[in-house]
Design a protein around this ligand. Structure first.
Ligand code: ZN
Length: 172
């Protein structure tokens, strides 16, 4: 599949990757909005391999009474089951928020090759903010990381959610 720019020229490889990153992150944002609508912390994830979507999911710990039901874990489980393979070599994980310790663990276990995330999580992020688990010499798997894709939208959906929560709890 080739992508054309507005002048109908073929995009360079780098530009094509950027276009896919943007498209899949928009899909992850749709998932985050679905999480928000369900009263969950608004985080969404998409797992893709090239231009193929393997799975998409959003945060569901509250609904499922499951502390491990982060968007990334649900997407990884669904994709692994669909492929009937516990390794997702060659896959790229798109997520609106920087993954936590648990999700970084699952990314390493699944041997996911690339992670793209939108906003940093300064309180719990384990990729750059609090820990750097995906680039740790003690682990035998490295993950290529791109951050900041649709950063403003990804950060805004989080801050909006917690702002609303604070207002609602103040009114009680
Ligand atoms: Zn997580």
């Amino acid at each position: 599949m080739y992508l054309l720019d507005k002048g109908q020229k073929f995009l360079s490889y780098g530009k094509m990757i950027e276009a896919y990153d943007d498209m899949f992150m928009e899909m992850a944002l749709e998932e985050a909005r679905a999480a928000r609508a369900a009263g969950e912390v608004p985080v969404g994830a998409v797992l893709a391999c090239g231009s193929d979507i393997l799975a998409r999911a959003h945060n569901r710990p509250v609904v499922l009474s499951d502390p491990s039901a982060h968007a990334e874990i649900l997407a990884i489980r669904a994709a692994a089951q669909a492929r009937a393979n516990y390794r997702l070599v060659g896959a790229t994980l798109y997520v609106t928020l920087e993954p936590c310790i648990m999700c970084c663990g699952a990314i390493v276990q699944a041997r996911i090759g690339r992670l793209v995330f939108g906003a940093r999580d300064i309180k719990g992020g384990a990729v750059v903010s609090c820990y750097q688990l995906l680039n740790d010499e003690k682990l035998n798997h490295r993950v290529a990381v791109t951050e900041g894709v649709r950063q403003d939208a990804c950060a805004e959906i989080m801050s909006g959610f917690f702002r609303e929560k604070r207002i609602t709890s103040a009114l009680r």
